[in-house]
Ligand binder design. Sequence first.
Ligand SMILES: [Ca+2]
Ligand SMILES: [Ca+2]
Ligand SMILES: [Ca+2]
Ligand SMILES: [Ca+2]
Length: 361
Amino acid sequence: KSMSPSPRIFLGCQISFYHSIFVSFYNRFSWKGGHLYIFSPPFYYNTKNGTVKWHSIRRQKREWIKFAAACREGEDNSKRNPIAKIHSDCAANQQVTYRISGVGIDQPPYGIFVINQKTGEINITSIVDREVTPFFIIYCRALNSLGQDLERPLELRVRVLDINDNPPVFSMSTFVGQIEENSNANTLVMILNATDADEPNNLNSKIAFKIIRQEPSDSPMFIINRNTGEIRTMNNFLDREQYSQYSLAVRGSDRDGGADGMSAECECNIRILDVNDNIPYMDHIEENALHSSLLQIRVIDLDEEYSANWVAVIFFISGNEGGWFDIEMNERTNVGILKVIKVWYNYPKYFVFLVFFKIKG
Ligand SMILES: [Ca+2]
Ligand SMILES: [Ca+2]
Ligand SMILES: [Ca+2]
Ligand SMILES: [Ca+2]
């Protein structure tokens, strides 16, 4: 237990000519750890040697009061009582009543701090939650028997130390993203978002992201930035014609992914968008028994069915100079029917039409 004078804080009165409230404390932990801060605008605050000074013309009258404090959320701090003691020099020649007010005293959460009106000792009475109240400001007053202020009100600021009592929380249980097939490696797909209610800029709220599962699992296709939650492509091999959808399980762990952290998981569904990277081809040509139809032309395209990348167009290159034929495409089946639209009566018994056509899709 360190009682060295280095973390001592002392306050001197600047305003009052006659009296001053002096407060000092010995922090049981290192002052640099900042377990408890006390300051107020009129005080001169020196972080270098942990001294707070309230310049006073009557500095020679200052009085030192022991102040032991550490306020950690989620645990019983009462064994350190009194956590503070305030004192006015006026007590030397008259009766002084000490009063405190503020959040945690006469404002919710009520009654966490209480004061002995005669001695000025301030006690903590219950367990505190940093996520509800990250710090308390105890407004202290010293009153005479008529209820008049003998001193300028003093602010004691009590910081509540964080413990890691909150896991990360993803903003959604399932995130949805999409990315074009064949995209370059390192293309941004989506950004995951998670928060942690513990103290900001503290390891307790520092979340590290990690992909823990991918479906289909053949080969890893995505990487995640452990700090930002950005998911990017690992390579340029995404192929919608192979897998049109990926599912990832991502874990977010506080304490920057440390073994002592808490974690949460979310799911990411990534849709692979089609690119027109397949050339259509003719499956087969069938003779058709229908009266006016000659041929059925079935077109195959591996791109996304029914999309513009898939629907084929067949057009004549040559052989239809007389406008005898037409091709009727069925957009649901990608089957084209070559029809005779101009009947030609004087044709020879055997006649071969050479019709060339091109398929687009
Ligand atoms: Ca946490
Ligand atoms: Ca906490
Ligand atoms: Ca295509
Ligand atoms: Ca494609």
